[in-house]
Design a protein around this ligand. Structure first.
Ligand code: SAM
Length: 336
């Protein structure tokens, strides 16, 4: 007898987050969080609306239009026509929003998965999309944007945004590591350390105080959306993190920057610990043991990132590292 209820069936073997991805965007709550992220939405608004000379009389494709906010920015910036496509049911609300704001003749909305849907216009001057996930690439729809570029962008057309850069640093994080990882060593006197291993392999999305950063940052990966290929989203990057003081390292920290370089008044934003809060926060990768470093010493390593074979929106991330000439430690993290 199958006694699984609806919530436990979500954890059936063989099920992946892909099965829930389309629906997760149907609820207004996730759009509320994105719209209220003023760094995110304000940067897109500035990049689009401060550059009407780029949009005047142009055709624009909004990949994953959600509630239609970017489509409306483009229409206000003077686009001749905007096509917004989204596979989530949120697009039913977007239709009403476009109508309520008087853009029904300028913006055409299409419900469907970009890869499988026929669009009313075949070639666009500009593609706009907000595709970034945690750690830039987790649940990211960058592959969809690259498909859209190859299929629908006119030669020399523009992509908003067109550059993304992923960074890594190391942090001191004793207190929080104690609370999140070492907690499992002793739960009301019981040994729960099997969960500690699992917890350690799951990167934590959280905000980190700039004061916790104990090394210079290092660029892990730069993506130029005008030229990137899907294969580039599987990569292995060396890193060297130079300590800026004597301290302990409990984790690696990753974040990303986004820029709209095709604009004359260049717009960019960072999701790093030095920058204003965004809903992407930062991503923490705890190390199995504490590393002691002195000012000027380096942690050298390699970060390998690949989409999971069963669900390409999930990520397998391996970090192999060593201090100076010390022995190498390697950890396989999973963002599922
Ligand atoms: C991060 S949200 C951005 C929404 C909106 N553009 C904004 O800025 O508020 C990404 C949207 O892309 C949609 N999406 C993801 N993959 C897609 C695909 N392959 N085809 C069409 N829509 C997709 C999701 O349903 C979601 O609404």
């Amino acid at each position: 007898m199958d006694v699984d209820g609806p919530s436990s069936s979500a954890h059936h073997e063989g099920m992946t987050s892909r099965d829930y991805y389309a629906d997760s965007y149907a609820h207004f709550g996730i759009h509320e969080e994105m719209l209220k992220d003023s760094v995110r939405t304000g940067s897109y608004r500035a990049a689009i609306m401060n550059n009407p000379h780029l949009f005047e009389g142009k055709t624009v494709l909004d990949v994953g239009c959600g509630t239609g906010i970017l489509s409306m920015f483009a229409a206000k910036a003077g686009a001749k026509h905007v096509v917004g496509i989204d596979m989530s049911n949120i697009i039913d609300q977007a239709v009403k929003i476009i109508e309520a704001n008087g853009f029904a003749d300028k913006i055409t909305l299409v419900k469907g998965k970009l890869e499988e849907t026929e669009l009313p216009i075949q070639q666009f001057d500009i593609i706009i999309s907000e595709w970034m996930g945690y750690f830039l690439l987790y649940e990211s729809m960058l592959d969809t944007v690259l498909d859209a570029r190859d299929k629908y962008l006119k030669p020399g057309g523009l992509i908003f945004p067109d550059h993304a850069t992923l960074y890594l640093a190391a942090i001191e994080d004793q207190d929080y590591k104690e609370e999140k990882i070492n907690f499992w060593d002793n739960v009301y006197g019981f040994d729960y350390s099997c969960i500690k291993d699992i917890a350690l392999r799951e990167p934590l999305v959280d905000t980190v105080d700039l004061k916790a950063v104990v090394t210079d940052p290092c660029v892990l990966k730069h993506i130029d959306l005008t030229t990137a290929k899907k294969e580039d989203l599987t990569f292995s990057s060396p890193f060297q993190l130079k300590a800026t003081r004597n301290d302990f390292v409990h984790a690696f920290l990753a974040w990303f920057d986004i820029s709209f370089e095709c604009t004359h008044k260049k717009v960019s934003f960072s999701t790093g610990p030095h920058a204003k809060y965004t809903h992407w926060k930062q991503t923490v990768f705890y190390t199995p043991s504490t590393i002691t470093i002195s000012d000027g010493q380096t942690i050298t390593g390699q970060l390998t990132c690949a989409p999971n074979a069963r669900n390409n929106r999930d990520l397998d991330i391996k970090i192999a590292y060593h201090k100076g000439d010390g022995p190498e430690t390697s950890v396989d993290y999973k963002m599922y």
